[in-house]
Write a protein that binds this ligand. Sequence first.
Ligand SMILES: [Zn+2]
Length: 80
Amino acid sequence: MNSSRKHVDLRAARLLTLDTEPYLSCAECFDRMDEYVEALLADPAYDDERMRTHLTACPACAEEAQSLMLLVAEDQSTTP
Ligand SMILES: [Zn+2]
C-alpha cells in the first residue's frame, strides 16, 4: 500500500517538473506569446523550441496562442 502511494507521488512530482523545468512556465509563455505569434505569421518556418514545447504540453496556452494567431492574422489581412 505504501509503495503504491509512493509511486503516485513520484509520478506527480515528475509531471510537475515536466511542466515547469525544462520548458517555459505559463507566465513566460504568455509574455512571449505576442512575439512568437507575430514571428510565426511573418515566417512559417520560424521555430522557438521552448514555446513550441510548452504549447504542445499546455492546452490552456495553446488555445490562447491559437486565438491570438487568428486575431493577428485577421488584423494583418484587413490592414492595407
Ligand atoms: Zn501554459
